[in-house]
Design a protein around this ligand. Sequence first.
Ligand code: GYE
Length: 370
Amino acid sequence: MKRKILSVLLCVSMMAALTVGCGNGNKTDDSAASGNADTQDQADAPAADGAEDAPAEDSTAGDAAEGTAGDAAGGSSSGEKLVVGFAQIGQESGWRDGETMSIQTYAEEHSDTIELLYADGQQKQENQIKAIKNFIEQGVDVIGVAPVVETGWDQVFAEAQDAGIPIILLDRTADVDESLYATFIGSDMVEEGKNAADEMAKLLNSSGKIVELEGTVGASAAVGRKQGFDEQLAAAYPDIEILESQTGDFTRSLGKEVMESFLKTYDNIDGLFAHNDDMALGAIEAIKEAGLKPGEDIKIVSCDGVKGIFEAMVAGEANCTVECNPLLGPQLFEAAQKLKDGEEVEKWIKSNESVYTADQAEAELPNRVY
Ligand code: GYE
């Protein structure tokens, strides 16, 4: 009896972890916690909190996907509803919470026609792979995945292909043969890196010493942004020197930590390029704690366009953000529906985005939704 209760509890907690992606952590946007209509009750269950704080156990995402898919796949691929399994990376940044919110909100608003199975990979590729395998077992119509790193996807994507389930890559690319995925929906990371270099050059009058905080090692968003930034410096701004470049894993806490060590090593830093705003926000704290003025003593350019960096720009503590649009929910489900209906989709569905500087921040801040 006791065992049965325990297993029911476990199941509820796993389902909660799956459906709400462990909530939105301690990030800013409350709406990120909203799951689709059918799973909202589970999201509200007390067990969801437990799941949120649970250590990143390897099996969590995979098992959770199994737990919920039974429910959701009830009408599933053979039925009327579009059933999409989405293997999210985790909750490393405000940007990612914005993307999760966009996907879950769209599914919730279209719950009469859409069923979303959501898995939070807690930053681990193995969890994302487990979730994809579970989606295949459940026979979803389409699988969406934001690949945490570029490599290591061939086998599981081939399994999906064998099962006749198209793969949509969201926001990050995977280093696989083009035949293994249907489309990539997201930004041009190399372009973002180039834009960041141009903005840094404007701030430094094309000359100075800078440090770089890179994103997750092996993630396409980090690889592309670095490539674009380096290429543009080499091509147009030979007098800007990168003193050191290190990963901050796209998180605020590591951004702060690595910036602290940069500040201990160098006393001549003119600028910081951070691959995302969260790391820049962490670095701003480190710069202030070191007695310097972020945005003045050290110019700051980062990518994403989250609310927090607009606030920092308004406060004069950051200089520029190269926008990267996370609100990809509508495009994800539109493409998935087309694929279910056997229609063609473009191989790369590009996002439209801008560059914002500090002088535009106050006017733009009220418009930011993530
Ligand atoms: O810039 C970063 C997030 O893959 C484009 O991932 C995305 C990046 C985004 O964690 O903040």
